[in-house]
Ligand binder design. Structure first.
Ligand code: PLZ
Length: 424
């Protein structure tokens, strides 16, 4: 087999430079809690393919379901010749997502595509143009979702002009907003909308209930419920982007469940199908069904292999109680992250997150000035010592931890040992 070094050379001559990778080693195989490269080097997996392999890599039920489906048929296009598994996935999503009301779903390929479609549906149903998004938001890399995403580098730089009618308002970011309460931060966001956009022009308010790429920002309690309340009163569609937070990741099925917030529409992807590309919009039947027949779709949306994988993944989440697993991961990680923070000489400003979506934010000691250089250094030390971690944040100073939910306690502890050593 070719070495990682040789593969990297080949890559340089074949793959566009714009597509990056966190490590330069090439994967041979991966399991519930580790990734192994072609040289046989193993990494403890605190990335899960960016919150995708919640059920682990090659989870047994997923492998079995995919194999069976591949043999029956690979693709007919649901818009040409429909099949049961697409319907079954929609039934599961309608039942699992927050809100006891009548729902419908539609399936797509990527998170960005789900977000775009949620916006299309909200605009169509309301007849209004504007979309309200938040500081630090990440919603994807397509033209509309770049406009919805906050951060210029690397996502938007020289890729404009961007889609119009997108308005950005302040987020609740307890470490950096002077400790506004959830209600105060929501009032600030709402005032910005009412003064700068006008509620009657707003189709949708789009928010990650815990921000992902933007820095694992957990809004102050009450922020999401207050926005939900305002959206209801203003007839604005409340869209939750649960692409990174969904499918047991935060110790609930969805992050909105934590404060019992019921979005009108939810954008889903990542953890939905154990690593196969699938995404969805699920929401209120009257909004979803407002769109004319033929108005939503795409060649691959709800591909039968991806649907089989989704059904198997969801079954695995129930069977292994991955909601409880995410809470167990939190209970193992948080005390050790706090210990690391205490020993860091003021370099860790905050340990935050929920369930198996946890992070530390690094700063210059004794300040809240971001430390992206230190963050990159700790991250690099983790990578060379066998722990796969990711960074995030508007300021690039957040180390985030997203293990597969089936990771063992032993693997978690080994990963934490590497992290602690990297900090030292
Ligand atoms: N919404 C909340 O987290 C994807 C992006 C990585 P796609 N996050 C990882 C990168 O650098 O491209 C994401 C997300 C939230 C939307 C998306 C977009 O999902 O499946 O990558 O399109």
């Amino acid at each position: 087999m070719m070495s990682s070094e040789e593969l990297h050379k080949r890559r340089g001559a074949a793959v566009a430079r714009g597509v990056g990778s966190v490590i330069n080693s090439y994967v041979d195989h991966a399991s519930g809690g580790t990734v192994t490269d072609v040289e046989g080097r193993e990494w403890i997996d605190f990335a899960a393919g960016i919150a995708v392999t919640n059920v682990g890599n090659s989870a047994p039920r997923v492998v079995e379901a995919v194999r069976a489906q591949v043999e029956r048929f690979t693709h007919t296009c649901f818009m040409v010749a429909p099949y049961e598994s697409y319907v079954a996935v929609c039934e599961r999503l309608n039942a699992l997502t927050p809100g006891g009301f009548e729902k419908r779903s539609a399936l797509f390929n990527s998170g960005a595509e789900a977000v775009e479609n949620a916006v299309k549906i909200a605009r169509h149903a309301t007849g209004r143009p504007a979309v309200v998004v938040f500081d630090h938001a990440y919603h994807g890399r397509t033209n509309l979702t770049m406009a919805l995403t906050a951060k210029n580098m690397p996502y938007k730089h020289r890729f404009g002009p961007f889609a119009g009618e997108v308005y950005r308002v302040p987020m609740s970011y307890p470490l950096r907003d002077g400790g506004l309460s959830g209600a105060e931060a929501a009032a600030r966001a709402v005032e910005t909308v009412e003064k700068q956009v006008g509620a009657e022009n707003v189709a949708a308010l789009l928010i990650e209930p815990i921000q992902g790429e933007g820095g694992f920002v957990v809004p102050a309690p009450g922020f999401l419920p207050a926005l939900r309340e305002w959206a209801t009163a203003a007839d604005v569609v409340f869209i939750a982007d649960e692409i990174q937070t969904g499918f047991c990741r935060t110790g609930d099925w969805f992050a909105c469940d934590h404060e019992r917030v019921e979005p009108d529409l939810v954008a889903l992807a990542k953890g939905i199908a154990g690593g196969l590309p699938l995404a969805a919009v699920t929401g209120r039947a009257e909004l979803m069904d407002a769109v004319h027949a033929g108005g939503l779709g795409g060649t691959y949306g709800g591909n039968p292999i991806a649907c089989a994988a989704a059904l198997a993944s969801i079954e695995t989440m129930h069977e292994l109680d991955l909601v409880a697993a995410a809470r167990r991961i939190e209970s193992v990680l948080v005390p050790r992250l706090r210990a690391i923070a205490e020993r860091s000489g003021g370099r860790v400003a905050e340990v935050r997150g929920r369930g198996a979506m946890l992070a530390v934010e690094l700063v210059q000691p004794g300040t809240v000035t971001p430390d992206p250089v230190g963050t990159a250094a700790v991250s690099a030390a983790c990578h060379s010592a066998g722990l796969l971690t990711l960074t995030c944040g508007t300021y690039g100073n957040v180390l985030r931890f997203l293990p597969p939910l089936v990771i063992s306690d032993d693997e978690l502890e080994r990963g934490l040992d590497i992290l602690a050593a990297a900090f030292d």
